[in-house]
Write a protein that binds this ligand. Sequence first.
Ligand SMILES: C[S@@+](CC[C@H](N)C(=O)[O-])C[C@H]1O[C@@H](n2cnc3c(N)ncnc32)[C@H](O)[C@@H]1O
Length: 304
Amino acid sequence: MLEAASWVLAALSATIGEAATTPHAEVLAADPQRTAVLEAVGLVRREGDVLTLHPSLAYADEPTARSAAAARLSSLRQAVAAATQDTVAGSGGGWAEQDDAVLLHQGRASAGTGRALATKAVPALPGLAARLAREGGRILDVGTGVGALALALAHAFPHAHVVGIDIMERVLALARAELADAEPAVADRVSLRHLDVADLADHDTYDLAWLPAPFLTEEALNAAGPRLVDALRPGGWLVVGTQPAPSDPLRRAVAGWQAVRNGGNAYDTDRITLVLGASGLHDARQFHTTPGGPVLVAARCGHS
Ligand SMILES: C[S@@+](CC[C@H](N)C(=O)[O-])C[C@H]1O[C@@H](n2cnc3c(N)ncnc32)[C@H](O)[C@@H]1O
């Protein structure tokens, strides 16, 4: 049964990838044995002679479908690398091993989290919307990647300046190109720095700091806490993107193993909330985004 499950993932990855550019019916008809695997687990439905992909696999557009297929393939590659104890770069693991097209697509997808941060979290955090509406409001985007979330925040807060930091030079080069293509009135308020958050030395500088926790090593995450507390202005807010723990033990264990193998950490939403408390932040609260999506945990620095 366990071996069969890995073949389901293989069939799924190949089918979704082909269905990004070819009509679903054609893809399902082209390889009847592969389609039978998906039908056996309920991911393909048959009505008479008509085969259809499960609605959860009908993606909105081609880039989303390609990204979903790439995520499945990456999961398979990671499992093979884990099985062979392969730690060599290129084994299909973390963010740094993805090619530019995947970085750009996944980075751009994180703009949605930026919008959730701007529209759900900021208005609910006392004093923050007013601070960001003033000239001189400053936002720190840790792990800025291709700059999509930074641009979404600069767009949402037209008087604020956003500083994006990242440890990966290649992704910052992509971010610079994204800024050059963006509306100048927005892009001119975003600046980029090649910097590890563990080495951040800014003091009393930001009203809002964003931290995508799952992508940092446990060491960097623990070092980030005090650096960010110091970098926030009194009364400023740290908002952390977290992954809630899956409810069943198998998925929880797999998620932890994958996260650490991908260069991240196994801390879930509740653990991060505890870390924020231990860093001297207070008034912690959680905001849910999309079902299965990140949970934003916010906590405040000192007094206003
Ligand atoms: C999922 S990506 C963020 C995507 C981003 N929001 C965008 O718009 O493209 C997470 C980023 O965190 C960066 N990162 C990981 N550890 C870091 C650290 N210690 N300091 C700064 N950035 C870090 C990675 O290089 C990666 O680019």
